[in-house]
Design a protein around this ligand. Structure first.
Ligand code: SDX
Length: 457
């Protein structure tokens, strides 16, 4: 049988043969090219058939060789390597190299990569003045998004996005500086002096140093927590075409520089339905408070009163493999840091939800955000830092996806179509001819603006 789709347009009786691209699972998802629908017209004036797919539920926006997810089977692989094996054997910097270059580094490549990242962790001293301008209790994610965008002004060469060497320098800078900006945002918020990078420490050890060093001359990270954070960073490094990666690719398609692209991606990640969920999970567990109240909250979620944060996923219709690893890690980390009642509560919530028809029928399982926050809290990170802890490692994935988009000959500026549902053409109506509703509203508006007290700075 040919790999084609035969479409008969019943409006005209015309037949169309449309090629089905790529293969079938497990190598590739089968697809038709959207533009192959355009010749299907009801008349010569017709624009041609569009596919209408709000939130891209069933639309492939690109081809990618970076991350493979099988949502039904709970499979996640970076460049073909199963996430379970990378979590067990790799490091975040090695995984970042893999995502960006497509292959695991040799020892010499890894040493050079690590040296480069380590020697780009400092940020321009002017940025401290910029960060000092934030309100004392500014959310660290808001500070991160703004400061990363401001980096664009320090490296104007970054606009030269089609030059591989220029791209590589910005990629190194962004991966290296995200932890520094994140830690400085935290230190600003808690009123502590900035702790500078220590090049003798690992990527995660140095981040813990910049976060938690006090007056000791040399910060010594707990090796178990340092490794746990490294695994957390591996698990969060990429996840194919998620909301924030889509933002990265979208903004990058206009050839904007990578700093403002990463800021846009981090802004998308900040949302509570995406990377902001890990913060909301902790708040939800704290609000539930005890196992005895779990049934009440499950019932409220089933009534649609709120979302069980950390549950559900657009792609995974099975257990998120990252959540499985994080659940086991949470138990190990809390054995060191001290048992948290929130872990017991989370496990009870999971147990009840996974037995409940509402969640089973909608194939809602714990996702990456369900257990990560419990570990972060046990490690001493405040809740507000949780989305920042997601953004740091995801920077490698965003940059790998950005670079793949820029070097994909099929890609161009992203500009989707729409289905227009607004009013037909109509003539302008002079103000005095607009009738009661508009006049009354405008009167209110005029009244409202007149009272200066309404304007708050
Ligand atoms: C991440 O895309 C990625 O890869 C993201 C990510 C990554 O690594 O980049 O994996 C990271 O963002 C993980 C997701 C973190 N977000 C949350 O935990 C927030 C809670 N989850 C939901 O809001 C929701 O599950 C989403 C946003 C994750 C997915 O939303 P979808 O795919 O649009 O699903 P939906 O909203 O259409 O829900 C389908 C049904 C609905 O019920 P019905 O209308 O059919 O009756 O399931 C229900 C929803 O009401 N539902 C939930 C639920 N999630 C979905 N009901 C209760 N609690 C939930 N968490």
């Amino acid at each position: 049988m040919p790999d084609t789709l035969t479409i008969i347009d019943n409006r005209t009786g015309k037949r169309y043969e449309i090629p089905i691209l790529y293969g079938t699972y497990p190598r590739h998802d089968a697809a038709i090219r959207g533009t192959d629908l355009r010749p299907i017209r009801a008349s010569d004036e017709d624009f041609g058939l569009l596919s209408y797919d709000p939130a891209f539920l069933n639309t492939a926006a690109c081809k990618s060789a970076i991350t493979f997810i099988d949502g039904d089977r709970g499979i996640l692989r970076y460049r073909g390597y199963p996430i379970e094996q990378l979590a067990e054997h790799s490091t975040y910097l090695e995984t970042a190299y893999l995502l960006l270059h497509g292959e695991l580094p040799t020892a010499a490549e890894l040493e050079e990569w690590t040296r480069e990242i380590t020697h780009h962790t400092l940020i321009h001293e002017s940025i401290k003045k910029f960060m000092d301008g934030f309100h004392y209790d500014a959310h660290p994610m808001g500070m991160l998004v703004s400061t990363v965008a401001a980096l664009s002004t320090f490296y104007p060469e970054a606009r030269n996005v089609n030059d591989p060497e220029t791209r590589r320098r910005q990629i190194v800078r962004l991966i290296a500086k995200m932890p520094t900006i994140a830690a400085f945002a935290y230190r600003h918020r808690v009123g502590l002096p900035y702790a500078y990078p220590d090049n003798e420490l690992s990527f995660t050890g140095n981040f813990l140093n910049m976060m938690f060093r006090m007056t000791e001359p040399k910060y010594r990270p707990d090796p178990v927590l340092e490794r746990a954070l490294d695994v957390l960073f591996i698990l969060h490094a990429d996840h194919e075409q998620n909301c924030s990666t889509n933002a990265m690719r979208n903004v990058g398609s206009s050839l904007a520089d990578p700093y403002v692209c990463v800021a846009a991606a981090a802004a998308a990640l900040y949302g509570p339905l995406h990377g902001g969920a890990n913060e909301q999970v902790l708040r939800m567990l704290q609000e539930i408070g005890s196992k005895s109240r779990v049934p009440e909250y499950i019932a409220r979620a089933k009534r649609g009163e709120f979302r069980l944060m950390g549950f559900g996923h657009r792609v995974y219709k099975n257990y998120d493999p990252r959540a499985r690893i994080l659940k086991e890690m949470a138990i190990r980390v809390l054995d060191i840091t001290g048992r948290s009642p929130l872990l017991d509560l989370a496990m009870e919530l999971e147990r009840i939800a996974l037995e409940d028809e509402y969640f089973v029928s909608r194939r809602l399982y714990p996702n990456v955000d369900f257990y990560s926050g419990i570990i972060y809290q046990a490690m001493g990170f405040p809740i507000e830092m949780f989305p920042v802890l997601f953004a740091i490692p995801r920077t490698a994935g965003w940059l790998a996806q950005w670079q793949e988009m820029l070097t994909d000959p099929e890609q161009r500026i992203a500009r989707p179509r729409q289905i227009y549902v607004g009013p037909d053409a109509r003539d302008y109506v002079p103000l005095d001819k607009r009738g009661g509703r508009a006049a009354a509203t405008r009167g209110d508006d005029v009244g409202r603006v007149a009272s200066v007290s309404d304007t708050t700075l």
